[in-house]
Design a protein around this ligand. Structure first.
Ligand code: 3PG
Length: 213
């Protein structure tokens, strides 16, 4: 299930985790990411304009793979799908959020940080899960320990990943892609200049190419 999406994640290497307060920022942000060769965005439902931002980013850059993050409820899930989200990310594991995605063929990445949560996700057929918050739950060491038990399972860690440690994470075979906010922090574009986002995203993509070729 979702094999082609998992392959896409592998190619993307990094998924920027976006928190937008203003829908006006969605379009220039989409352009900055695409200019940097970072062809995805996880737009989080932590702000009211998340659904509108998903739509605006996808419209501005049709090749940008725009998904929804921080999806906690089925209402948010419906809004995300309606807005055109191409994948769904959740900070925890909730069967009520995962099942409709599976039924509708929309890739879903719930977070799982314990063996019990992984078992629950894998029971639904999910073989890639988010690992969040990565730093606080033991980072690479925990991922490697889980991967040794759950053969073939892969992770998308987020939380505490930055330009300084992303290469270390990407080098781990159990990691399909890394997520993070470091190249899309609101402070980088508060003045309306998105060139700092583009530069940071470019640097991040250079790290992906160094590790994965
Ligand atoms: C997420 O939602 O995945 C995290 O907020 C990203 O964490 P970061 O800000 O440490 O990158």
């Amino acid at each position: 299930m979702f094999e082609s999406f998992y392959q896409k994640l592998e190619t993307l290497g990094i998924v920027p985790v976006v928190v937008l307060d203003r829908v006006e920022d969605a379009e220039p942000l989409a352009h900055a990411l695409m200019d940097a060769g970072m062809a995805s965005a996880e737009v989080t439902f932590r702000t009211d304009c998340a659904a509108a931002c998903i739509g605006a980013m996808a419209k501005a850059e049709p090749d940008l793979c725009v998904g929804a993050g921080t999806v906690l409820t089925t209402d948010q899930l419906d809004a995300a799908i309606e807005a055109g989200a191409r994948f769904i990310v959740s900070p925890g594991f909730d069967e009520e959020v995962c099942r409709p995605c599976i039924e509708r063929g929309i890739p879903v990445l719930p977070a799982a940080v314990t063996p019990t949560e992984l078992i629950a996700a894998r029971k639904l057929g999910l073989t890639v899960t988010k690992f969040f918050p990565a730093a606080q739950y033991g980072g690479l060491g925990t991922i490697q320990a889980l991967a040794a038990v759950f053969g073939g399972h892969r992770f998308m860690p987020t939380g505490g990943i930055s330009q300084a440690n992303v290469e270390e994470y990407l080098a781990c075979p159990a990691i399909v892609a890394c997520g993070g906010t470091w190249m899309v922090k609101p402070a980088l574009f508060a003045d309306g200049d998105f060139s700092r986002v583009r530069d940071a995203a470019e640097q991040a993509m250079e790290a992906v190419h160094r590790v994965r070729g």
